[in-house]
Write a protein that binds this ligand. Sequence first.
Ligand code: ZN
Length: 195
Amino acid sequence: MTRAPGQWTADNETRPAPAPLDRVQALVNTVDIEIAQDRLARVDDARPWLIQQHLLGGDAPLTEADLAGLREIREALRALLVHNTGGAPPGGRDLTVLRQVADAGSARAVIDDDGHVQLRAVGGSMLERLAELLVIIRDAQRDGSWSRLKACANDDCRWVFWDQSRNRGGSWCDMAVCGNRLKNRDFRARHHAER
Ligand SMILES: [Zn+2]
C-alpha cells in the first residue's frame, strides 16, 4: 500500500485499544516494520506527534539522542506485548530500559471536573511524561485489560493490536495477512520436510 507523505499506518488503526490504553498502542505502533516507516526517526516528524500525544511539553527540547532513547523504550514496551501474545518474557535489557523510565518520572493526583482522580506526569520532558504510560499500564494490569493488548506473532510484523476475542487467543494483527502468511510458511515447511 502506498500512502501520501505525512500518512502513517497507525493513523488508521484497524484494531484500536480503548482509551487510555490506546496511548501505549500508539507509541509502539509508531514504526511500521514491514515498510520501514518510523515516525520517531526524525525530530521533525516526532515532535508534533509527541506533543499531540502529551508525551512532550510544547516548549520542551527534543534531541536526536532523546529520540534514540525513545525508540529503545518503544521496543522494550513491545517486548511486554510480545509476551502477551505468548512469546518470551521481556529480557533484562528491556526491563532495565523500562526501569529507567520509572525512575525518571513521577506522577501527581489531579481531580478532573467530574471528580475523578487522575494521575498526571510531573514535568514536560519526554522521559518525565512517559510516567503517564506507566500509570496506564499499571491500571490495565490491575483490571485485566493488559493481556488483550498484543504484538502480532509474525516476527516480521509485530504490529500492536487489541484482541477482542472471547478467549483472548488472538495472535495476529490481521488473520488474513499475517495469520495466513505464517500458516502458509508452516505448510511449506512441513511439505518440504515430508519430501
Ligand atoms: Zn501482523
